[in-house]
Design a protein around this ligand. Structure first.
Ligand code: HEM
Length: 424
């Protein structure tokens, strides 16, 4: 990969598209939309060699870019052929062994190890459990808007609003005290934003920066776990390290990598959904009016529509475990496929007028939380709850709030907004 985005040439055909090129990921939304439409219209998924950039693991033959909704559903439903382990699901190059210590949680595993971990932690994420959190989420959203009103217009919506809610909720769930929020926030930015020069200035340092951030987050939660083993409280850390009714518990290493997964999966994604949502409501004032007419009644569909277009997780990876034909195309053992959720959420074969932001859209079978299968987002209920609470407070108390031009994260993995001014 080239190191920094430089001048861009126009994309006139699929042959002009190189998903390994950082210049591509620096392009504005309209150009990305055009490019992925060209890729969706190809007879078969485009194949790219592995990027030159590597974290030190083995370099494979390359990856198929799955950009159609139908391909993503099919691959997600078939984890025996399209696996998440064997090098990881969150990165194109395989993760070398030393990364597994920190980044080897269930998202990068297959059953039965995946199923065991998911069973232990999923008790905390059922709709019933999330319901118990409702008043905490609502109170936190309300406080964030109090602070926004105190700070006044002109502030950074991402850091002052969108990032605060998911960070507080995850830290509260785990029992991390408020004094450590900034520490967690900075490390999670490094883990998901390492390819952006704002977070790691030299590409040569990415592997070290990731390992250091992973180690620091793990240390934080393991220190807390030691306290909770002695004196349990009602937080998630206590219930994960002390045996549950079935006698199951997480080991110290499992707890560390699960916490890192929660912090990055729960923070950056929800933050970006809220920021993209604010931008979409600014660009579409008639949709904002529609939502305000019946906030509660229209919230469930509006949230799905925000997640569809935001698609904060641009892709997840799978590795092909055996030669396999899917939707008329051959996938060979050892190759990788990238499930481009952002692109599938714009597939005109499934969504009418896919680029239109329509808070009443129904049906809306988007794959923003992943495809149907064992890895479907564990935090989807919580994320929906958080996004709803944030917009309820914002639209009621600051109904005229508008977002300015977003400053985008340079990343092929996360569809992120780093900073965005807001006025009201
Ligand atoms: C709008 C917000 C969110 C989006 C767009 C999102 C997206 C996703 C996606 C696409 C996956 C699928 C991974 C795969 O198939 O390989 C996933 C998995 C996951 N998400 Fe989320 N997520 C969000 C919020 C959250 C929150 C709030 C949490 C927790 C606090 C969370 C925790 C997880 C976990 C633990 C997994 C892994 C599940 C597994 O491997 O079994 N996510 N998420």
């Amino acid at each position: 990969m080239t190191t920094q985005p430089t001048e861009r040439t126009p994309i006139t055909s699929a042959a002009d598209i190189d998903l390994n090129d950082w210049n591509f990921w620096g392009r504005p939304d309209e150009e990305r939309e055009h490019a992925f439409r060209l890729l969706r219209d190809l007879d078969k998924p485009a194949f790219f060699p592995e990027p030159e950039f590597s974290l030190g693991g083995v370099t494979g033959p390359g990856y198929h870019a799955l950009v159609r909704h139908a391909d993503i559903l099919e691959a997600s439903r078939n984890p025996e052929v399209f696996c998440s382990g064997d090098g990881g699901a969150t990165n194109i190059p395989d993760l070398p062994a030393e990364f597994a210590e920190y980044f080897g949680s269930m998202i990068n595993m297959d059953d039965p190890r995946h199923a065991r971990l998911r069973r232990i932690v999923s008790r905390a994420f059922t709709p019933r459990m999330i319901k118990q959190f409702e008043s905490d989420v609502d109170a936190a959203a309300s406080r964030i808007v109090d602070e926004l009103l105190e700070t006044g217009p002109g502030c950074d919506f991402v850091t002052e609003v969108a990032a605060k809610l998911p960070l507080k909720i995850i830290c509260d769930m785990m029992g991390i005290p408020e004094k450590d929020y900034q520490f967690v926030f900075d490390r999670s930015n490094i883990v998901l934003g390492a390819t952006d020069p704002e977070y790691v200035s030299d590409r040569e340092d990415i592997a070290d920066a990731l390992l250091t951030a992973g180690m620091e987050l793990q240390q934080l939660v393991q220190d807390l776990a030691a306290l909770r083993m002695e004196t349990p409280t009602d937080d998630l850390t206590s219930s994960l390290v002390n045996a549950n009714i079935d006698g199951e518990r997480l080991t110290a290493q499992e707890l560390g990598s699960f916490f890192i997964l929660l912090v990055v999966a729960g923070n950056e994604t929800t933050r970006n959904a809220i920021s993209h949502g604010m931008r979409l409501l600014t660009l579409n004032p008639e949709q904002r009016r529609l939502w305000l007419e019946d906030f509660e009644g229209r919230a469930p569909r509006a949230i799905e529509e925000i997640v569809r277009l935001a698609a904060p997780v641009n892709y997840m990876r799978r590795k092909v475990t055996r030669d396999h034909e899917m939707n008329g195309n051959l996938y060979r053992k050892g190759e990788k496929v990238l499930l481009y959720y952002w692109a599938a959420n714009r597939d005109e074969r499934v969504f009418d007028d896919p680029l239109r932001f329509d808070i009443l859209r129904d049906p809306n079978p988007h794959v923003g939380f992943g495809g149907p299968g064992p890895h479907f987002c564990l935090g989807a209920h919580l994320a929906r709850r958080e996004i709803t609470a944030m917009f309820r407070e914002l639209l009621r108390r600051v109904p005229q709030i508008e977002a300015g031009e977003p400053e985008r994260l340079l990343s092929s993995f996360i569809n992120g907004i780093k900073h965005m001014p807001c006025e009201f």
